[in-house]
Design a protein around this ligand. Structure first.
Ligand code: CTP
Ligand code: MG
Length: 235
C-alpha cells in the first residue's frame, strides 16, 4: 500500500502582499497563516508525514511553537528560487532521507491556502486513490473572461466552458512528480500539475470551492480571516 505525504512549499517571500514578514507568517485567526494548512494536513489520518520546505535563510519559523504537531511534521530548509524549485528540492531531500518510496502519493499544498477544509482534502484523497496519474482540487471558472491588449482594451471575450482554476493540494505519485519537475527545471511553471501535463499525462480535476483560494494580495487577508472565523462560530 502506498503511503501519503504532504509537502508544503513555504520558501516564498510574498512580494505581492507588500509586507516585510513573508506572508506565510502573517497573523491570521490568531496564528501564523501556515498553521492552518499544517493543521488540516497533520490531522488527516491517511497522511503519514507533513513536510514543510523553508528558505535556507528563514529566521521566522523557529520563533513559533509547532510542538502540537509532534513528529508528524518534518522541516526541510532547502527552499529554492521558485516554487517548483522548492518542491523539487523537498522531494529530493525526502528521498535522500529514505522517507518516501517511488509509488507513494505526494500532496503538494501552498502555505498560502489556509482555508482548505478536511472534507475537501478527504474528497481529493478518496477520488484519486485508485488513479494512475493523480490530480488536483480546482473550481470551474465563474466569471466572464476577457482577453486584453497591452492598453487593457478588450480584444475578445473567451468562452469559459471547460476552464477551471487550479488550486492545491495537487496529488501525484512521487515517481511521476519528481520526473515531471526534473524535466521542467528551467521552465516557468506555476503549479505541479502543469509539469505533469508536459509529460503527456492528464491530471484529474476534483471539484473544490472558492473558499480554498490563495491568499496573495493585502485585501485577501480579511476574506481568509472571515472564512476561518465563520467556521469557528459554526463548529
Ligand atoms: N514558494 C516557495 N518557494 C518559492 C516561491 C514560493 O516555496 N521560491 C511557496 C510560497 O511560500 C507559497 C506557495 O509557494 O506557499 C505559493 O506561492 P505564492 O502564493 O506565489 O507565494 P510567494 O511566491 O511567496 O508570493 P509572491 O509570488 O507574491 O512573491
Ligand atoms: Mg510566487
Amino acid at each position: 500500500m502506498p503511503n501519503y505525504f504532504a509537502l508544503i512549499p513555504a520558501a516564498g517571500s510574498g512580494s505581492r502582499m507588500e509586507q516585510s514578514l513573508p506572508k506565510q507568517y502573517l497573523s491570521l485567526h490568531e496564528k501564523p497563516m501556515i498553521f492552518h494548512s499544517l493543521n488540516v494536513l497533520c490531522q488527516n489520518q491517511f497522511i503519514s508525514k507533513v513536510i514543510v520546505v523553508l528558505a535556507p535563510e528563514d529566521k521566522h519559523w523557529f520563533t513559533y511553537d509547532w510542538s502540537e504537531f509532534n513528529d508528524k511534521l518534518l522541516v526541510f530548509t532547502c527552499g529554492g528560487a521558485t516554487r517548483a524549485d522548492s518542491v523539487r528540492n523537498g522531494l529530493l531531500a525526502a528521498k535522500q532521507d529514505n522517507l518516501v518510496n517511488t509509488q507513494d502519493w505526494i500532496l503538494v499544498h501552498d502555505a498560502a491556502r489556509p482555508c482548505l477544509t478536511a472534507s475537501q482534502l478527504n474528497k481529493l484523497l478518496h477520488e484519486l486513490a485508485g488513479d494512475e496519474t493523480g490530480g488536483l482540487l480546482a473550481v470551474p471558472v465563474a466569471d466572464t473572461l476577457k482577453r486584453a491588449d497591452s492598453e487593457n482594451r478588450v480584444t475578445a471575450t473567451e468562452p469559459r466552458e471547460h476552464l477551471w482554476q487550479a488550486q492545491t493540494p495537487q496529488m501525484f505519485r512521487y515517481e511521476i512528480l519528481i520526473q515531471a519537475l526534473q524535466n521542467t527545471a528551467n521552465k516557468p511553471i506555476t503549479d505541479d500539475a502543469s509539469a505533469v501535463e508536459l509529460m503527456g499525462l492528464s491530471p484529474k480535476l476534483i471539484m473544490s470551492d472558492t473558499q480554498n483560494f490563495k491568499v496573495t494580495y493585502p485585501q485577501d487577508l480579511a476574506l481568509a480571516e472571515l472564512i476561518l472565523q465563520n467556521r469557528k462560530t459554526h463548529d
